[in-house]
Design a protein around this ligand. Structure first.
Ligand code: OSB
Ligand code: MG
Length: 368
């Protein structure tokens, strides 16, 4: 497959409900989509970088910059047979993992179409149904949060994760447990605490949480190891795990008992495959995290979630929780048991709605 051209585009999509974490509130997404044009086959990738460099260092604008200036020139005109070959072509650039993932995943997407196989099988997936949880942001009031949890539990989601931060934590978790004593519950702090908060964080042990996700600073694996020794509740790392080597270091240090894998944060399918295999050997379960993806990212997350060590319900949920209209057909739906049936057809298993994408596009550039 010769990569003849790469199209970058920015689309804008308003969220049906704002999403708030300890680092801020999002109401509208600016999403970078990427198409690799390979001798009659188009592969698509969605970059998970956000509007601002708050979750990590990247943003849609840094992703555009590094893709246009570096990744595209490194790949254009090259014969790239497989998605797995992309990392070696772009290895000279450091970091920029979400941008890296968008282009690598687009090549995997094209490869699955060219080979006429389902993407999830191509990457080595083994599960035909994936288990879903939801991530619920910080709300305007505790009552609003309790109501939202009720809706998602009734819809069948297998695990509820709520966002926490100082001032929106112990009391919130207590009220959730009063109303929903038996649900599978997690919380995610997105690095809102420090090791000075150990005594405060110990109180989270009262709520029978499946895990506490990323309580400490994004690059502090050692700090999480200190904290994990003080807590009964399992820690899960998100922001701290940028590649398989980070997973190895975190496991070795005892910094967590669970690892969230995000396809963008980890730099694409190749690194996701390696990371989950490494975690499997250490008996550390994985689950698929989300970044408020539109349909292409969602489809790729579903494929990733079929890998064997994705053992816990992920954050991949129904399109309609985020979008009035998704950019793929059919949109992602979740059964009343809280599962997504993995599409057993060629490629990503969802058709790109190019007409809708065209309407949502505010910026577009093809590099040849
Ligand atoms: O930490 O998992 C996170 C959204 C934006 C940035 C970071 C995170 C999240 C989510 C949402 O939790 C997951 C989703 O539903 O896409
Ligand atoms: Mg997280």
């Amino acid at each position: 497959m010769k990569i003849e051209a790469i199209t970058l585009r920015e689309i804008r999509m308003p969220l049906v409900h704002f999403f708030e974490t300890s680092f801020g509130r999002t109401t509208e997404r600016r999403i970078l989509l990427l198409t690799v044009h390979c001798e009659g086959v188009d592969g698509w990738g969605e970059c998970t970088a956000a509007e601002h460099p708050f979750y990590n260092e990247e943003s849609i604008d840094t992703a555009w910059y590094v893709t246009k200036g570096y990744f595209a020139p490194m790949l254009l005109g090259k014969d790239v047979e497989r998605g797995a070959q992309v990392p070696s072509h772009i290895a000279q650039v450091r970091g920029h993992r979400m941008a890296r993932a968008a282009i690598e995943n687009a090549v995997w997407d094209a490869e699955a179409i060219a080979k006429n196989v389902p993407l999830w099988k191509l990457i080595g997936g083994t599960q035909t149904e994936i288990n879903c949880g939801v991530s619920i942001g910080i709300q305007d009031s505790p009552e609003q949060l309790l109501e939202k949890i009720g809706v998602e539990v009734a819809a069948g989601y297998q695990r509820i994760k709520v966002k926490v931060k100082p001032g929106w934590d112990i009391d919130i978790l207590r009220r959730i447990r009063q109303k929903f004593p038996h649900i599978t519950l997690s919380c995610d702090a997105n690095s809102a605490y420090s090791l000075r908060d150990v005594d405060h964080l110990k109180r989270f042990d009262d709520f029978n949480l499946l895990m506490i996700e990323q309580p400490l600073w994004n690059d502090d694996i050692a700090g999480h190891a200190v904290l994990q020794r003080e807590l009964q509740t399992s820690l899960c790392l998100d922001e701290s795990i940028l590649h398989a080597r980070d997973a190895a270091a975190a496991i070795e240090a005892g910094a967590c008992r669970i690892i969230n894998i995000k396809l963008g944060r980890i730099g694409g399918f190749s690194e996701a495959i390696a990371t989950q295999a490494l975690c499997a050997k250490a008996f550390i379960p994985n689950w698929c995290g989300g970044m408020l993806e539109a349909g292409i990212g969602r489809a790729h997350n579903i494929a990733m979630s079929t890998l064997p060590n994705f053992k816990l319900p992920g954050d991949v949920s129904a399109s309609k929780r985020y979008w009035k209209e998704d950019i793929i057909e059919p949109e992602v739906t979740v059964s009343s048991k809280g599962t997504i049936a993995v599409p057993d057809c060629t490629g990503r298993g969802f058709v790109i709605r190019e007409d809708l994408i065209e309407k949502l596009t505010v910026r577009k550039e093809t590099i040849r």
